[in-house]
Write a protein that binds this ligand. Structure first.
Ligand SMILES: Nc1ncnc2c1ncn2[C@@H]1O[C@H](COP(=O)(O)OP(=O)(O)OP(=O)(O)O)[C@@H](O)[C@H]1O
Ligand SMILES: [Mg+2]
Length: 431
């Protein structure tokens, strides 16, 4: 190996085998895949080992990793000493080492990985988290050190690769601040070697490639952030940029301190495909904050079963405003002592209700409401075929939001006078 054949930013990564996990993240064309595979090839030339390369779709390996290994071996002047089998794909080294390939979509095949001591997961954000965990659990060898290498372009912060290697607000899990990685570029923490790279780190790219990436800045900022800057983010326009989470006990204290509270409960019904979602909310009218502090979220239950689950509402007589598409269900709950009422739904109500929720300065959801956090924290608007944002459609079907809409259907925001509320376009639901 000499200076000519490797990118300097990858040199330390290439020869470091002290860590169990190597996580490469970066923009397009930064040479992550090349150096991950070069690392594997060099190690396997040195020691007799088997490496498993995984990508979500088996066939995509042929044109990516498999051909890249050929390129690398050719570059090393060793092509004639290797054997490349096409079906199933396999690379045999002169010393008996080999590289095998499997698709993340074939979980059965992934279970039989005997003798493997290195796993490389290419484009790991496309692979399911279960596959990663399964591989982590199965990677065993009586004598050899074990390593798992992952490479990916950054994706949305709700992808498992971000939640696992950086932070997960839902569970409170924290490993590393991604901003720290962008700044330091290499961070070793928790037995993991983190590496960040961008196209400028790859001296084998033509200048025109970087120019093309640069052009994205003006027409697709999400893509620019991912491809050019190699940073995680949220793809698309967030519905609730003012979303925050809070520990349940802290929220309890905050709610106690509200001088002018309004309490609301909203419910959406579901059976087979969708969910029953019931939320308790408190509004701080002075500060214009919505607190979501209690949730009930189930599926596949009959009305009597739901009534049993939420019987505390029958005792408390709290007003529950619910989906008007289910008058029979509402009648059933009323007969059983619930103070339930149908929330008004009309043409365009989805949009109006969403705007109403957006007008809160803060939407704070307790960690006692994991489904609301999962659905709403990074919720984005759907785009139509022309790429224009639809203001009443979302990337997923958030049942928690429907329940919140109904719960707030009779709530009116206080006048926008004074300095209690920032008059931003976003807070007014205008964009
Ligand atoms: N050390 C090297 N020697 C020769 N060519 C290289 C080297 N490193 C990278 N390249 C070339 O640069 C190109 C981009 O590298 P690579 O595919 O590894 O980038 P990447 O970071 O995985 O990109 P993507 O994010 O698109 O997956 C490849 O075509 C590869 O052949
Ligand atoms: Mg790649």
């Amino acid at each position: 190996m000499n200076e000519q054949t490797i990118n300097p930013h990858f040199e330390d990564f290439l020869f470091d085998w002290k860590q169990k996990t190597y996580f490469l993240v970066g923009g397009y064309g930064s040479s992550k895949s090349y150096h991950a595979l070069l690392k594997v090839v060099l190690k396997l030339l040195e020691e007799k080992r088997t490496c498993l390369v995984v990508r979500q779709v088996y066939e995509t390996i042929r044109e990516s990793c498999f051909s890249l290994i050929k390129e690398i071996v050719t570059g090393l002047g060793l092509y004639s000493k290797f054997k490349f089998t096409k079906s199933p794909m396999e690379v045999q080294f002169p010393n008996g080492s080999k590289i095998i390939f499997k698709g993340g979509d074939d979980s059965e095949k992934l279970k039989s990985i005997h003798n493997v001591s290195i796993v490389f997961i290419e484009e790991c954000s496309e692979v399911n988290e279960e596959v990663f965990k399964e591989l982590l659990g199965r990677l065993r060898h009586p004598v050899l050190s074990l390593h798992i290498i992952l490479s990916t372009n950054p994706v949305s912060k709700d992808n498992w690769s971000y939640r696992f290697f950086f932070k997960d607000d839902l569970t409170g899990h924290f490993r590393l601040d991604d901003e720290e990685l962008y700044e330091k570029r290499v961070v070793i923490k928790h037995n993991t070697y983190y590496h960040h790279s961008v196209a400028d780190d790859n001296k084998f790219l033509p200048a025109s490639y970087i120019e093309q990436l640069e052009e994205m800045k003006s027409f697709d900022p999400d893509m620019y952030r991912i491809a050019r800057e190699g940073k995680f983010g949220i793809s698309g326009m967030r519905v609730f940029p003012q979303f925050e989470t809070m520990k349940a006990n802290k929220m309890h204290e905050s709610i106690q301190k509200i001088t002018n509270p309004t309490r609301k409960c909203g419910m959406d019904f579901g059976f087979a495909d969708s969910y029953n979602a019931l939320y308790r909310m408190v509004i701080d009218n002075d500060k214009n904050i919505l607190y979501v502090h209690w949730e009930y979220y189930t599926r596949g239950l009959t009305d009597p079963e739901i009534a049993e689950d939420i019987k505390e509402f029958a005792f408390s007589k709290e007003l529950v405003e619910a989906d008007s598409a289910e008058p029979k269900t509402i009648a059933y709950f009323r007969q059983n002592g619930f103070n339930m009422r149908s929330a008004r739904k009309y043409k365009g109500s989805r949009l109006q209700y969403t705007k109403k929720v957006k007008r809160f300065k803060k939407i704070i959801v307790s960690d006692a409401c994991p489904n609301a956090i999962r659905e709403l924290q990074y919720l984005t608007f759907k785009k139509d075929k022309q790429g224009k944002i639809r203001e009443d459609e979302f990337s997923i079907d958030p049942h928690s939001l429907s329940a919140i809409w109904y719960g707030l259907s009779t709530y009116n925001h206080i006048d926008l006078k004074g300095d209690k509320m920032e008059l931003t376009k976003e807070s007014l639901g205008i964009w």
